[in-house]
Design a protein around this ligand. Structure first.
Ligand code: P6P
Length: 356
């Protein structure tokens, strides 16, 4: 097909970027693409199936699991198992990581961390949802892969990507050599290159945050929101507020148009709500590869120590100059890092033990 470059063709073409590659990563990305097409089929007809609504179970996050959450989780794990290129899957939907115990998989080189269906509270109201994935190389050298292989810093990621199930379905990913976007063409059942070499604009005029939590925001965030709302023609302010409530959709919009997505610490989430391993780190890798920036207000997301599987982090992610501005205000008005603040809160209420 003239002019069409499918995800599979692109992955093979780019394999030469990795001189020692033997095709494992290419096959792993192919496996993810296959699962994405299966999930897409169910997401797109969710209203017609008995797959809306809650399963009646609660995940480790304390969130009710939607039927599509569980379906998507099962599909991605099944595709990764059958592909044989990954030895561990860490998922938002599983309390512990899933060890892929198969003759081939147990010696596989790669670890996959994922949020199989992010934003699932939006499913029943037909708003865009997404999948987020992050790929690491196994670091343990003998025996079974362990939690040590999962708890790696974001800088160690080999690849990361997301699928957005929206007005169209797109797969966007990076292997550290830039970011490329593929749109699913249902007529041929293939993801086709539609957004080559994606770059997030250095500046934007869209800020994305759940302002319902305003009273609990750090002072630096409050100062930034007021900065966004001030009339200033030279800097195109006041900015526009857009919040979908689905991280993949909010970040993807900013990838295309420029903007900043903010999920700071709040009283309900003293360390932030979003998960470092399978939400913040992969999205940070992608945004940095597209020329943007991602921080917790004090530290680069990708540099943060990873101490637990479902660890949370504040995140400010998007256009470089917008993130730099809020960092300046956070470091001026909110002296505490999220962890320090959480520890201070715990000391205040006499709670002992580590910060999750
Ligand atoms: P809130 C969805 O549940 C999610 O994990 C992200 O996709 C989204 O950005 C955030 O939580 C929305 O959280 O508290 O604004 O509903």
């Amino acid at each position: 097909m003239k002019g069409i470059l499918t995800l599979g063709q692109f992955i093979i073409e780019k394999q030469s970027d990795f001189p020692y590659a033997k095709g494992e990563l290419s096959r792993l990305l192919r496996d993810i693409g296959i699962a994405a097409k299966i999930v897409n089929r169910e997401v797109n007809k969710a209203g017609l199936m008995d797959i809306l609504g809650d399963v009646g179970t609660i995940n480790i996050q304390g969130e009710s699991q939607k039927k599509l959450d569980v379906f998507a989780n099962e599909q991605f794990i099944a595709a990764l198992k059958s592909g044989g290129e990954c030895c561990i899957v860490a998922s938002e939907e599983n309390d512990e990581f899933v060890y892929i115990d198969g003759e081939v998989s147990k010696n596989a080189k790669y670890i996959v961390a994922m949020d199989p269906l992010d934003g699932s509270s939006n499913i029943d109201v037909n708003v865009a949802v997404g999948t987020i994935f992050s790929i690491y190389r196994r670091v343990s050298t003998d025996g079974k892969a362990t939690l040590e292989d999962v708890l790696q810093k974001g800088t160690e990621q080999v690849a990361a990507g997301y699928i957005i199930y929206g007005s169209s379905t797109m797969l966007v990913y990076t292997t550290g050599k830039g970011v490329n976007g593929f749109t699913l063409d249902p007529s041929i059942g293939e993801f086709c290159l539609s957004h080559p070499k994606m770059k997030v604009p250095d500046d934007g005029v869209i800020y994305s945050i759940n302002e319902g939590n305003y009273v609990h925001f750090p002072e630096g965030v409050k100062k930034y929101l007021k900065y966004c709302q001030v009339e200033d023609e030279q800097t195109s302010r006041p900015y526009t507020s857009r919040y979908i409530g689905s991280m993949v959709a909010d970040v993807h919009r900013n990838m295309i148009k420029g903007g900043i997505f903010i999920y700071p610490t709040t009283s309900g989430a003293p360390n932030g709500k979003l998960r470092l391993v399978y939400e913040c780190n992969p999205m940070a890798f992608i945004i940095e590869q597209a020329g943007g920036r991602a921080t917790d207000g004090f530290n680069r997301i990708l540099d943060k120590d990873v101490t637990s599987l479902h660890q949370r982090s504040a995140i400010f992610i998007g256009s470089k100059n917008m993130v730099l501005k809020i960092e300046e205000l956070m470091q001026t008005y909110s002296s505490k890092t999220p962890d320090e603040k959480a520890e201070a809160t715990m000391e205040k209420f006499g709670i002992v033990g580590g910060v999750d």
